[in-house]
Every structure is written in structure tokens, then in C-alpha cells.
Write a protein that binds this ligand. Structure first.
Ligand code: SAM
Length: 270
């Protein structure tokens, strides 16, 4: 099934379906966040999903963090994100958001706890367009609530490893890849690259292997071992390598911060 869900940043609900092709899957739901939105060209995001349930790895490893309605309201705070990122949340978020200019049409790959989506929406401004795609219902709903004051933003449900995406000028992937098995990382990276129009770019911010003498290295090794079982595979592979041939048409830049624990990778489509 190929379904095109139109995201209208206007008084029309952006759940309008503009096209359907195929036999499997379901339509993406997308709501405009305000009735007072300016009339703008819609973001058209095509989506192909395989069904209603979250991916196996999310259910098995991250159910407690992203799917459990009892836990999510406690975890979804900037203070929590900042604690997890050792006080670096603002720096990392600012650095990612600054890669996008006002007026751009941007896809945010998955929900992020705290105020990341609001920051990105404010950066793009009302002349811009932000689409967030997340696979989990509860995350979609919460992000819609956060973005309600920004009518140029909308949130859709979809699996980024298989959702067919319409072209955008920018993609922001903030701490998503380390939470996926390596094969899914590969599919997501390649899919996000496929969404970028010529001249556009994809920004990945995620964990990186810290310097051997980093004082937090033993603690982070424990965290990765017990809570983030897919992170090690990301530390062992460059995001450029995950892209495979799909990365050939891009110019790649890479920087690390905080003793190498974090990386920002930017892939610019030539
Ligand atoms: C962005 S990542 C982690 C971000 C960061 N750790 C934080 O503070 O929120 C978490 C989100 O990724 C979503 N997610 C995981 N796999 C996905 C997939 N294949 N497609 C779309 N969203 C996915 C989860 O539902 C969850 O909301």
C-alpha cells in the first residue's frame, strides 16, 4: 500500500488523503495543529507502513521508555533529556537546529523528548514547514500537543525504515539511530537520504565512541550494555558507511563533541 497523506498547515485538517496505491498497510494520520494556520502549500508526505504495531525492537527494548503510558509523561521533559546527555542537551539541540534556516521544509525523524520539536519549529518559522514522523501512537499524540502552537508543523505516524517520503529540503535525525538494530539503521539512513532534494541536507546527531580516556567511558559502556543494546553497533560503524551507495551523491561532514561521546554528521546532496 502506498498512501499519500497530505499535511495541510491550514484550517483544513491535514489528514486529507491525496492518493492511494497498493494493497497493504494503512494511511498515515496527520493533524494540522491549529485552525488559525496561514494558508501555505501543503507538505505532501507519502507513507507506506506495514501495519499498526510498533517494530519488534521497540516493543522488546524500549517499551518502558516510549510506549508505556505510565512512564512517558515522566520521561518527556527537557531536564530528563539533559540529564541523559550529561548536561549537553542545549548545546546538541542548538547545534542541530542551527543547521536549518527559516523558511525551510524539514522532516524530523522521530519524536524527541523535551522541547526539541518546538525549537526546530521556531527556527523554521511560519514560512517554513516541519513534519515529524514517529512510529508510536503515544509519541505522535504528545508531539502533536507540543506543536499545537506552531501551525506550520505537523506530526504523522509511520515507520521511517519503510515509509516512502516526499522530497524535503532538510532532515533532522536526533539520537534515533543508536536505538535501532544495525539493519534498521541502514534502512533509515538510506530512506532519509532519499527524501532530500538536490541542495538539501540530512543532519544526524547521535552517540559516538568516546576518547579512550574519557572519564564517562566506563559508565556509558554500562549504559549501552544494559539499556541501549544497539548503540555499540552505531559506535562501530560510520553513518556514511550505513548509507552505502545511497550516500554517494552527498558531501559528508563529521564532527564530534564532549570528548568524542557525541557526533554530528551532515550529508549535503550535491
Ligand atoms: C528519537 S528516538 C530517541 C530520542 C532521544 N533519546 C530522546 O530524548 O527522546 C525515540 C523515538 O523514536 C521512535 N522510533 C523508533 N523507531 C522508529 C521507526 N522505525 N520509525 C519511526 N520512529 C521510530 C520511537 O517511537 C521514539 O518516539
Amino acid at each position: 500500500m502506498l498512501a499519500l497523506a497530505s499535511c495541510h498547515a491550514a484550517s483544513r485538517a491535514c489528514s486529507k488523503i491525496s492518493a492511494r496505491v497498493g494493497v497493504r498497510g494503512r494511511l498515515l494520520r496527520c493533524s494540522s495543529n491549529s485552525a488559525a494556520a496561514p494558508a501555505q502549500a501543503p507538505i505532501e508526505a507519502a507513507a507506506r507502513t506495514s501495519g499498526g504495531s510498533p517494530p519488534e525492537y521497540l516493543l522488546r527494548v524500549y517499551q518502558w521508555a516510549y510506549l508505556n503510558p505510565a512512564n512517558v509523561p515522566f520521561l518527556d521533559h527537557h531536564l530528563v533529556v539533559n540529564a541523559i546527555l550529561w548536561g549537553n542537551a542545549d548545546r546538541l539541540m542548538d547545534s542541530a537546529v542551527a543547521e536549518f534556516a527559516p523558511g525551510m521544509r524539514v522532516l524530523q525523524a522521530a519524536a524527541v523528548y523535551g522541547n526539541f520539536s518546538e525549537r526546530l519549529a521556531r527556527q523554521l518559522g511560519e514560512a517554513g514547514q516541519l513534519t515529524v514522523i514517529d512510529v508510536a501512537d503515544i509519541q505522535v499524540q504528545r508531539t502533536r500537543e507540543k506543536l499545537a502552537p506552531y501551525p506550520w508543523a505537523c506530526v504523522k505516524q509511520g515507520d521511517l525504515s519503510e515509509t516512502a517520503l516526499e522530497p524535503v529540503e532538510g532532515v533532522c535525525c536526533f539520537f534515533l539511530l543508536h536505538e535501532m538494530p544495525s539493519e534498521v539503521q541502514r534502512r533509515v539512513v538510506q530512506n532519509l537520504l532519499s527524501a532530500v532534494a538536490p541542495g538539501g541536507h540530512v543532519v544526524f546527531v547521535d552517540y559516538h565512541r568516546p576518547h579512550p580516556l574519557h572519564p564517562l567511558r566506563p559508565i556509558m559502556s554500562g549504559v549501552f550494555r544494559h539499556l541501549e543494546p544497539f548503540a555499540e553497533s552505531l559506535l562501530d560503524t560510520s553513518i556514511r558507511d550505513l548509507a552505502g551507495d545511497a550516500g554517494d551523491g552527498f558531501t559528508w561532514s563529521h564532527e564530534t563533541s564532549f570528548g568524542g561521546l557525541y557526533q554530528k554528521v551532515v550529508a549535503r546532496k550535491r
